[in-house]
Design a protein around this ligand. Structure first.
Ligand code: HEC
Ligand code: HEC
Length: 337
C-alpha cells in the first residue's frame, strides 16, 4: 500500500468510529420522569472530588504536554533540513529533465529541444545545424555574460534573424516555463570558470576567424553588407585591410613629420601641400604601410569600433587568440589594385 492509501484508510476508519460513537452515545439519555436538574442539587465535596482518579488525569496531562513539547521541538529543528532536502531533490529532477532537453539521447528514443546539435554536446559552442556558417556561442560560460533572467528570456524569445530558434510557448515556441526553467537549471551545472567565448583549446587563427569573424566579414574575409531586411552596415574586406589601414595611419604620420620639418626650418609655410604629402607617401614601401596597418588592425580588433557593429574582442577572446587571428589575417593580406 502506498502512503496515500494508508492515509485514506486511517481517515475512513476514524470517521467510521466517530459515527458509531455518536450514534451510541450522542443522543442525550433521558429518564421518563425527570428529577431535579443537576444544577439545583448540591455537588460532591472536595474530599470526594480530589481522589486517585483526578491525580491520574493530571499526571497524564503533564506527561502528554511534555511529549507534545518534545515532538514540536524535534519538528521545529528538523523542518528546514527536510525542506532543503526536498528542494535539492526537486532541483536534481529538474536538472535531469533539462539535460534531456539539452542533449536528448536520440538513440535511446528520447526527444527534446536538442540545443546540443548547435551549441555542442557540452555547451562548448559550435555551429547552427540549420546554417553551418553561423556560430552558436558557448553556453558553458553564459552566466558570466548574462544574468539568469536575461538567459531565460533569450531562450524564450530566441534571436530573430539568426538561427537561434524561439523556444518559449508564449512566443510560439515548443517549451513551457517549467521546461525552460529545467534547461536553465541544467545550464547552471555545466558552467566553467571562463569568461571568454572560445575555449582555450582553439589556438589556430583560421578557426578563430571562422568562429568569430566570418559571420560578418564573410567566409573568405572579403567583407559583406549585412542587416535585416535591408543592409544597414558593411563589414569591410579584411584581405586588403593592413594596406588600407596602413595608408590612413601613414598619411597622418607623414603629414605630422612634414609639419615638424617646416617648423624646425622656420619656414613661412605652416602645413605641407597635398603634393608634398603624396611625394613623401610614395617613398614608403608597401611593407612599411602594411606594418603600420597591422598595428592599427590589432587596436581595432582589441577595442572594436564605437557605434558600429564591430565588437571589442579583448574581453571576448583570449589574447593568444587575438594574436592568432592577426597572424591569420597577415597570411591573407594583399595590396589592393
Ligand atoms: C538550430 C541551432 C540552434 C539550436 C537548436 C539552439 N540554438 Fe541557441 N543559438 C543558436 C545561434 C546560431 C545563436 C547565436 C545567435 C546570434 O548570432 O546572435 C544562439 C544563441 C543562444 C544564446 C545566446 C548566447 C550568447 O552568448 O549570445 C543562448 C542563451 C542560447 N542560444 C540557448 C539555447 C538553448 C538553451 C537551446 C535549446 C533549448 C538552444 N539555444 C538551441 C543556435 C541554436
Ligand atoms: C557583428 C559583425 C562583426 C563581427 C562579428 C566582426 N566584425 Fe570586424 N568589423 C565589423 C564592421 C561593421 C566593421 C567596420 C567598422 C567601421 O565602420 O568602422 C569592422 C571592422 C573591422 C576591422 C577594421 C577594418 C577596416 O578596414 O577598417 C578589423 C581589423 C576587423 N573588423 C576585424 C575583425 C575580426 C578579427 C573579427 C573576429 C575576431 C571581427 N572583425 C568580427 C563587423 C564585425
Amino acid at each position: 500500500m502506498t502512503p496515500q492509501q494508508v492515509a485514506v484508510a486511517v481517515v475512513v476508519v476514524t470517521l467510521g468510529l466517530l459515527i458509531v460513537l455518536l450514534v451510541l452515545y450522542g443522543r442525550p439519555r433521558r429518564s421518563p420522569q425527570e428529577g431535579l436538574p443537576a444544577n439545583f442539587s448540591r455537588g460532591d465535596p472536595d474530599s470526594v472530588l480530589e481522589n486517585q482518579r483526578l491525580q491520574k488525569i493530571l499526571v497524564w496531562g503533564v506527561a502528554s504536554s511534555v511529549i507534545l513539547a518534545g515532538f514540536l521541538t524535534f519538528y521545529f529543528v528538523k523542518e528546514p533540513y527536510r525542506e532543503a532536502a526536498y528542494n535539492k531533490k526537486f532541483l536534481a529532477a529538474s536538472v535531469a529533465r533539462g539535460e534531456v532537453q539539452f542533449r536528448p539521447d536520440l538513440a535511446a528514443g528520447q526527444t527534446g529541444a536538442n540545443c546540443a546539435q548547435c551549441h555542442g554536446p557540452n555547451g562548448e559552442g559550435g555551429f547552427a545545424a540549420t546554417d553551418p556558417n553561423w556560430p552558436a556561442p558557448p553556453l558553458d560560460n553564459e552566466f558570466q555574460r548574462y544574468t539568469v533572467d536575461e538567459i531565460t528570456s533569450i531562450i524564450e524569445m530566441g534571436r530573430p534573424g539568426t538561427p537561434m530558434p524561439t523556444w518559449g510557448v508564449e512566443f510560439g515556441g515548443p517549451l513551457n516555463d517549467q521546461q525552460i526553467q529545467d534547461v536553465v537549471n541544467f545550464l547552471q551545472t555545466i558552467q566553467i570558470q571562463d569568461k571568454y567565448e572560445l575555449p582555450a583549446s582553439i589556438t589556430d587563427g583560421k578557426t578563430v576567424f571562422m568562429r568569430k569573424c566570418a559571420v560578418c566579414h564573410g567566409q573568405d574575409a572579403h567583407g559583406q553588407a549585412l542587416g535585416q531586411p535591408l543592409p544597414t552596415f558593411f563589414a569591410p574586406d579584411l584581405t586588403t585591410e593592413f594596406y588600407r589601414l596602413g595608408l590612413k595611419v601613414e598619411k597622418v604620420t607623414v603629414t605630422q613629420n612634414l609639419t615638424n620639418q617646416l617648423l624646425a626650418a622656420h619656414s613661412d609655410q605652416t602645413a605641407p601641400t597635398a603634393q608634398q604629402v603624396d611625394a613623401a607617401m610614395a617613398k614608403l614601401s608597401p611593407a612599411e604601410i602594411q606594418a603600420a596597418g597591422e598595428t592599427a588592425a590589432r587596436n581595432t580588433i582589441l577595442n572594436g569600433r564605437k557605434n558600429t557593429p564591430m565588437p571589442a574582442w579583448q574581453n571576448r577572446i583570449r589574447p593568444e587568440q587575438v594574436d592568432a587571428v592577426l597572424q591569420f589575417l597577415k597570411s591573407i593580406q594583399r595590396i589592393p589594385s
